[in-house]
Design a protein around this ligand. Structure first.
Ligand SMILES: C[S@@+](CC[C@H](N)C(=O)[O-])C[C@H]1O[C@@H](n2cnc3c(N)ncnc32)[C@H](O)[C@@H]1O
Length: 260
């Protein structure tokens, strides 16, 4: 079988087995990573690798884990969160409850960061945060809310003290009063539907970097649909939505877009 056909079959079968839409991810990135893992195992073709993964559930689980790169931290790029804060007073005036969506929430650090900001600097504003991810294991971690110290490299020590319970083994669990304002759900940003259609703020950061153009378009179309008119989308430090108008989004600043 030719290599391209084998690659296509590999990604489609992985989608069936794991629900990760690998066929919609950037091909050169997927190929680079997968062939590296194959070479460690001395496997030469995608077909051979697929048979290996199918007959070895543990290896398939590990493959899935490596592909849903869950790297995250609290207050990732803190200066961007400071910028986001400027929009909160105006947005909260127009609603009873500020509804926020962390799209590709991983283990929950991004969702809890926003919850902590609201608790700390915007007392009295009612809010709820929905986190969505394709990875069940990451979502379980988000619900439990226990993190190691390295998640807090960019967080202020006083916020860590105030909003987390410290365990003797240097782990920290987010307080229940923060947790109660969050809901974590499984979903696919490319192929699924957004959890609601009335969000005031959507954060989608460090997720679409793995997707090809078509997949990115689906994600931004879905996100735009999930936003209220006047709601804002917050993307990662180095990300841009090209031709944002196509998705009824207006460029506001380098990582903020408004639904129009
Ligand atoms: C690098 S993490 C980003 C976490 C967080 N947004 C941040 O910036 O700290 C990327 C997350 O996207 C999730 N993801 C990848 N593809 C997805 C998809 N199609 N639908 C939903 N989540 C997806 C992964 O499981 C992973 O948890």
């Amino acid at each position: 079988m030719d290599d391209q056909k084998e690659y296509k079959e590999f990604t489609e079968e992985i989608f069936r087995l794991t629900s990760i839409p690998l066929h919609l991810y950037r091909e050169n990135q997927v190929r680079r990573r997968v062939t590296l893992w194959m070479s460690f195992l001395g496997i030469k073709t995608f077909g051979e690798y697929l048979s290996y993964l199918k007959s070895n559930p543990k290896a398939l689980e590990e493959f899935k884990k490596k592909f849903t790169i869950n790297v995250s931290e609290f207050f990732r790029n803190p200066e961007l969160f400071e910028e986001l804060q400027k929009y909160i007073p105006e947005l909260s005036k127009k609603t009873d409850v500020l509804r926020i969506y962390s799209a590709g929430c991983s283990v929950g650090a991004e969702a809890y960061t926003v919850a902590i900001i609201l608790n700390e600097y915007f007392k009295g504003i009612k809010y709820h945060i929905w986190g969505l991810d394709i990875d069940d294991e990451a979502l379980e971690k988000a619900k439990i809310g226990i993190y190691t110290k390295d998640f807090f490299k960019s967080a202020k020590a006083q916020l860590l003290e105030k909003y987390f319970k410290k365990f003797p083994d240097e782990k920290y669990q987010v307080n229940d009063d923060i947790k109660q304002n969050t809901t974590f759900l499984r979903g696919d940003l490319i192929l699924g539907e957004p959890p609601r259609l009335d969000f005031d703020i959507v954060l989608c950061r460090n997720v679409v970097i793995y997707f090809d153009e078509e997949a990115k378009e689906k994600v931004y179309a879905n996100i735009s649909k999930s936003l209220k008119l006047g709601g804002i989308l917050f993307v990662g430090a180095t990300e841009r939505v090209f031709n944002a108008r196509r998705f009824s989004l207006e460029y506001v600043s380098s990582f903020i877009y408004k639904k129009v």
